[in-house]
Write a protein that binds this ligand. Structure first.
Ligand code: GDP
Ligand code: CA
Length: 305
């Protein structure tokens, strides 16, 4: 079965890891968020694509939750000693990827092409595509002012409440994305942050349109358990921007775009207001490989059900 999945970074990558255990890896296309890409120390960083690549290659640090296992930080220490910027953590192993990507982009290679080459070099069979090759940047409006995504998330520790999220740039869909969405027998939205991981993907008009005219089921997985984000600001954002954290509040982030929502058992007593969206209740904590696989199976169940 061919599957296309919209994904942010860490939550999305964990889900995709389970997905490729139950679907042929080469039949899966991951469409990744680039709204939180950032230039640091002259390098182009694509944090969400990198989380997906590292996780699928088995190189990710499970405990820290992001970046590479066995990482060291000597280059960044040197940058700090020399008065360079150190607010964005870049490990020595990680830097190698950023160097290769930055050089390729500077020589005119599109992001989708360099991502494809790096995935192949890492032995990844799954297709990993950025939503767009163009510049698309997420901006966060807060009571303290408007910030580029990483300045709010990393430098300010996402402590400011969010009043609005905005996407800068007229971004065209990357090559391969529409084909993958049209050929898929199932469309998935990973348990990623709806506002800052999935919305920037849907901000590419052609992608949103492909989902809205789909002829196959589309299933989102909620990133909330008992109304709380497992990690990060998704619950605070939903409370402030949507008025609550129930499954209906999550589903409403994807209006007309999904047919089912996978929700945790801990949220099963609050399924009011889902409308046409069918709830699929299961355990959604991706605590280990088995749990990730079972969550993917529950989402795939939408096709046979
Ligand atoms: P980021 O780009 O690295 O922030 O990652 P994502 O947006 O893809 O994922 C962040 C979201 O993943 C958060 O809202 C978490 O609540 C959610 N998440 C993380 N782990 C789990 C899990 O085990 N189960 C579920 N349901 N959601 C999770
Ligand atoms: Ca992200």
């Amino acid at each position: 079965m061919r599957v296309a999945v919209l994904s942010g970074g860490v939550g999305g990558a964990r889900f995709v890891q389970g997905l490729v255990e139950v679907v042929e890896p080469r039949d899966v296309t991951v469409i990744g968020n680039v709204g939180d890409d950032v230039e640091v120390l002259g390098l182009h960083i694509s944090p969400d694509l990198d989380s997906i690549l590292y996780t699928l290659a088995g190189l990710n640090d499970e405990e820290r939750g992001w970046g590479r296992a066995g990482e060291t930080w000597r280059a960044l220490e040197t940058a700090g000693e020399l008065g360079g910027e150190t607010w964005f953590q870049l490990g020595d192993l990680d830097l190698g990827l950023h160097l290769v990507r930055t050089q390729a982009l500077r020589s005119g290679e599109p992001l989708s092409s360099v991502t494809h080459r790096m995935a192949a070099a890492l032995g990844i069979e799954t297709h990993v595509l950025p939503a767009t090759d163009d510049r698309l940047r997420t901006w966060i409006e807060t009571p303290a002012g408007e910030f580029p995504f990483q300045e709010w998330f990393v430098a300010r520790g996402h402590r400011d409440e969010v009043d609005a999220v905005r996407f800068e740039g007229e971004a065209a869909v990357a090559p391969g994305v529409i084909e993958a969405l049209e050929q898929a027998e199932l469309l998935l939205v990973a348990p990623s942050n709806p506002y800052v991981s999935v919305a920037p993907i849907l901000a590419v008009d052609a992608i949103r349109n492909a989902l809205s005219v789909r002829r196959v089921p589309a299933v989102a997985v909620s990133p909330l358990i008992a109304g709380r984000a497992v990690k990060g600001p998704a619950d605070r954002m939903l409370t402030r921007l949507a008025g609550g954290t129930s499954p209906a509040h999550v589903a409403a982030r994807y209006p007309g775009l999904i047919d089912a929502l996978v929700v945790d058992e801990a949220d099963a007593d609050d399924l009011e207001g889902l409308g046409d969206v069918r709830p699929i209740v299961t355990r959604t904590l991706m605590s280990d490989a088995d749990a990730r696989k079972r969550l993917a199976e529950a989402a795939l169940g939408a096709v046979v059900a």
